[in-house]
Design a protein around this ligand. Structure first.
Ligand code: ZN
Length: 192
């Protein structure tokens, strides 16, 4: 698939690799640590496309400006809670409430006829966001809680879960921030 092909990926493309579902929504705002963050969720259509490309819905739901604003608000709550956990601070109660409201939308899993895949009944963007919020509930309360990290690239500040055995992963992705760091080290070495 084109959007998962790193060599053909553009900055506008959504990020789904190397992280948990609940952090793919915060990743729709890039360069979080810079003075000019990069917004990938610019229109209601972008959110509809995200729901499909994330695999949460099989076709784009109806999205208006109000639903987009709600999704962005949830996105920022997830980012803030993730950062709080990663830096051992207490999260904000209003952010917790936001996640809980999103998670309370009911979605029902139904097994496909070949028993090989799941179809989620209760369409719409709320259902997609409910699954994102439920993934956050699982992650934040589960055994990988202590492995939530913020990318070591100060310009990025993307969240990820370090599932490596030694627990020393530093970058949100080796194909973006990790690769940049590697090239910067190489340049420095070449100049010294
Ligand atoms: Zn990064």
């Amino acid at each position: 698939m084109m959007e998962n092909d790193v060599t053909h990926r553009s900055k506008e493309d959504f990020r789904f690799r190397d992280t948990r579902l609940c952090f793919t929504l915060p990743a729709t705002l890039g360069d979080r640590g810079s003075t000019q963050p990069f917004e990938r969720m610019r229109s209601p259509e972008d959110l509809g496309r995200w729901c499909v490309e994330s695999g949460l819905l099989d076709r784009a739901p109806a999205v208006d400006e109000q639903k987009l604003a709600k999704a962005i608000s949830l996105r920022e709550s997830l980012q803030r809670i993730g950062e709080s956990i990663a830096t051992r601070r207490s999260p904000d109660l209003s952010d917790i409430a936001q996640v809980n409201v999103a998670a309370s939308v009911e979605v029902i899993p139904q097994l496909s006829e070949d028993a090989a895949s799941v179809r989620w009944v209760a369409g719409g963007v709320e259902a997609a966001l409910s699954r994102v919020a439920r993934d956050a509930v699982d992650l934040f309360s589960g055994s990988f809680r202590d492995r939530i990290r913020i990318c070591a690239n100060p310009k990025c500040q993307g969240l990820f879960v370090d599932e490596s055995r030694p627990g020393l992963r530093r970058w949100c992705s080796m194909t973006t921030c990790g690769d940049q760091a590697k090239k910067a080290r190489f340049r420095k070495k070449a100049h010294s």
